[in-house]
Design a protein around this ligand. Structure first.
Ligand code: C2E
Ligand code: MG
Ligand code: MG
Length: 734
């Protein structure tokens, strides 16, 4: 009883205490006696031991401990046997008891060897540590779970890290793409707009660059739609509203429109706005997303190109295309054209250009355009059409008299240029359109026809289109066609009309006027009054005129009757011929060729030479005069005859037009008085006078009375063939 040695218990008390302790203590105790190195016999076990092993006391007491062997794991058994063999105690060894029913119990086992007189006792004390072990196992499981969780966590963390990295990368990519997008939108000037269509007032977001551009950057986002809409150009407002309504109504899915919008400096920007509606499941519009692009530069360039394509660079007026488009815009199929088309052509503009140079010509055309603008009502559509042709459309004008009145200020007008002032004469043609069948192009064609008619019939006047003009134009075309072959087909011939001196009672022939005749195989005889203007227009007058000169000189040179006389042959010369280079030299060589003295050739020119490069013309006339050729001013008293011409022009003969001679026998005597003063004036200025178109003897008597020296007319002699002249005039001149 070692354990009780320090106690106050007596040995006997201690001995009696032992069975109690053996019985009650919750520790398994077994006492056995060693019988060999490997075996022992169980002497005593307490209840706890029975519980631990699952054996009853009787199954244990007196039995060899080998009964317990199967109950212990081989590794535990090995240690126990080693202990027995070594004779040493074993303390606090954890062993597992496999109970009879197979369950396992953990025990903390200590075995002591007690050496008594002849016996060696083994005292085994075991503490059931099942709960502890269970807890330990639980703990281990928990730990394992924890470990697993931990591992999972680690794995998860890793994934998270990875995801985080990916996210970061994605973020960076997103930031980069956003940055790119921002830069792109800023640089490309594209604005993004996003509007909530469900909110009242449909507020919307607009990218910063555009808020700034439009001067809306002071407003908090989202801005009210109205603030934006207010800035749109009033002209484009209705269409924009219509299109937007169509978009909302589902009639169109895409909104696309170009319109002007006021920027922060109150300038108009052209923008292209594209939008798309997002709808809910039921198709109700909920959101509008779109872009806006500044297309001002593009638009301005486009408008500039359009302007250039539709305007005349020189005058700033519309050109033909611009004119046609303006007309087309005004009228539709349902709304027929009503109004007046006018075509104006400047008479003889070509000469201004040829003589004074293109710069002066340009100034002249610009001045004329200004004059048109100033003379016509504000709503006139005005255009320049060719070099010297202008177009005008007067909306609503349907009255012929009013149309003629409108043209009045254009017939003759004085225009200023850097080379001096020029009289611009023009011819005009109207087509009054009251919704007749046709296209603007065909209406214009009719106005052109009327203008051409004016040119033929009466220059510096204006005509209103009549269907008859079509026939005139057709004939004129036929003349033009026929003339081009006439010379080479020898369809021309000359007639000669005698010119008489009438001072003496018996008239005598002092010369002949050569008059051109054309017998066309298709048109028959055509009057020079009809074909000469066409020949002039086509420049055919140059070869034809030369032929006339040649033919007349040849004829007159071969006429025996005139030999040695002072009689002349007069040839009509167009201003085109005078203007053609080297004219006087050609006349000289014809005279030489025909062996006709220059003094026997006269040329007849009209005042039209004063309307085109008078200085040049005067110089040519002086050259001819210097040669000895005489110059007649033909048709005096018609058109714009001016006495100042008489003073300027180097002339020898004044031929007074038939229109004045027709009047001299009238009772009011005005024409006679005028004629008388012309006669006196010519005498003072030193030229001869010839009265044209005398048809009756009254006229002849009166002319003789007022001292007119010469005349020409049916009364005394009609134009006749060369043969007739040879036969009828055996002698002429002095
Ligand atoms: P003009 O030079 O004034 O010629 C006179 C015109 O009056 C001629 O008409 C002549 O036939 C006509 N005439 C003469 N006496 C009378 C008369 O008593 N009564 C009437 N009713 N008429 C009379 P024609 O031959 O038809 O010539 C018309 C115009 O054609 C000429 O007017 C002239 O300007 C032009 N012309 C004629 N031949 C030529 C030519 O070879 N070259 C050019 N450039 N023009 C020509
Ligand atoms: Mg003549
Ligand atoms: Mg004449």
């Amino acid at each position: 009883m070692e354990m009780l040695t320090d106690s106050l218990l007596t040995e006997e008390e201690a001995r009696s205490f032992l069975p109690l302790l053996f019985k009650e203590i919750p520790v398994s105790i077994a006492v056995s006696e060693k019988t060999s190195d490997t075996d022992s016999v169980i002497l005593a076990v307490n209840d706890e031991y029975c519980k631990l092993t699952g054996f009853s006391r009787s199954e244990l007491i007196g039995k060899d401990t080998s009964v317990l062997r199967d109950m212990i794991r081989p590794e535990d058994l090995g240690r126990i046997q080693a202990m027995l063999a070594s004779g040493q105690s074993l303390t606090n060894m954890e062993i597992v008891w496999k109970q009879k029913d197979g369950t396992e119990k953990w025990a903390l086992s200590s075995t002591r060897l007690l050496f008594l007189s002849q016996r060696t006792l083994l005292v085994n004390i075991a503490l059931d540590i099942g709960l502890q072990k269970q807890a330990e196992r639980n703990l281990a499981v928990k730990y394992e779970e924890l470990q697993a969780t931990y591992e999972e966590l680690v794995a998860m963390e890793e994934t998270l890290h990875q995801q985080h990295d990916e996210l970061k990368e994605a973020d960076a990519r997103l930031a980069l793409s956003e940055e790119r997008f921002r830069l792109a939108t800023e640089m490309s000037e594209i604005g993004l707009l996003d509007s909530d269509l469900l909110q009242p007032g449909q507020p919307f977001w607009l990218s910063g660059n555009w808020l700034y551009k439009l001067g809306l950057d002071h407003l908090p986002l989202p801005i009210e739609r109205e603030m934006y809409v207010q800035r749109i150009h009033p002209q484009e407002q209705p269409e924009r509203a219509n299109r937007f309504a169509a978009l909302l109504g589902g009639h169109s899915s895409l909104f696309e429109m170009e319109y002007r919008i006021r920027d922060r400096e109150d300038n108009w920007l052209w923008v292209l706005v594209r939008g798309n509606i997002i709808r809910d499941d039921r198709g109700k519009p909920i959101r509008l997303i779109g872009t806006m692009t500044d297309i001002s530069e593009l638009k301005n360039r486009e408008m500039q190109r359009y302007y250039q394509a539709t305007h005349d660079e020189l005058t700033g007026l519309l050109n033909r295309r611009g004119f046609m488009e303006a007309i087309a815009m005004r009228f539709t199929d349902r709304q027929p054209v009503t109004g007046a088309f006018l075509v104006v052509d400047i008479d003889g503009f070509r000469f201004i250009n040829d003589v004074h140079g293109q710069e002066v010509g340009d100034e002249f055309l610009q001045a004329f355009a200004r004059h048109l603008k100033d003379s016509f009502p504000q709503d006139t559509v005005l255009a320049r059409f060719g070099a010297d042709e202008y177009l005008a459309f007067f909306p609503e004008l349907m009255d012929a008299a009013a149309a003629i009145n409108l043209f009045q200020p254009l017939a003759v007008v004085l225009l200023q240029t850097s080379a001096g002032s020029f009289a611009a004469r023009s011819s005009g043609g109207f087509f009054l359109c009251g919704g007749q069948e046709g296209t603007p192009e065909s209406y214009l064609q009719k106005a052109v026809l009327a203008m051409h008619h004016a040119k033929i019939v009466e220059k510096s006047a204006c005509y209103i289109y009549e269907p008859l003009m079509q026939a005139v134009a057709v004939r004129r075309h036929a003349i033009r066609e026929g003339l081009s072959q006439a010379l080479q087909n020898q369809e021309f011939f000359l007639q000669y009309q005698p010119i008489y001196a009438i001072e003496a009672i018996t008239e005598r022939v002092i010369g002949f006027e050569a008059l051109l005749r054309w017998r066309s195989p298709s048109l028959g005889m055509v009057s020079p009054a009809e074909f000469i203007p066409v020949a002039e227009e086509t420049n055919l007058i140059l070869p034809i005129g030369e032929w006339v000169m040649q033919e007349a000189c040849q004829f007159f040179s071969g006429l025996d009757a005139q030999k040695g006389s002072a009689a002349t042959v007069s040839v009509n010369v167009s201003v085109r011929q005078l203007l053609s280079p080297g004219f006087s030299n050609r006349v000289r060589s014809i005279l030489q060729q025909c062996d006709l003295p220059p003094g026997q050739l006269g040329i007849e020119v009209t005042e039209s030479i004063m309307m085109t490069d008078e200085q040049h013309n005067i110089a040519v006339l002086n050259e001819l005069r210097a040669m000895g050729v005489s110059i007649s001013l033909d048709d005096f008293g018609t058109g714009y005859s001016s006495f100042t011409y008489l003073q300027k022009l180097p002339i020898d003969v004044l031929k007074v037009d038939k229109s004045l001679i027709d009047e001299i026998a009238q009772p009011d005597r005005n024409a006679l008085l005028l004629m008388e003063s012309l006669v006196q004036m010519s005498r003072l200025l030193g030229y001869r006078i010839v009265a044209e178109g005398i048809e009756n003897s009254d006229q002849l008597v009166l002319l003789r009375q007022i001292g007119c020296g010469a005349c020409q007319g049916y009364l005394l002699g009609k134009p006749m063939s060369a043969e007739a002249v040879r036969e009828q005039y055996p002698s002429i001149g002095s």
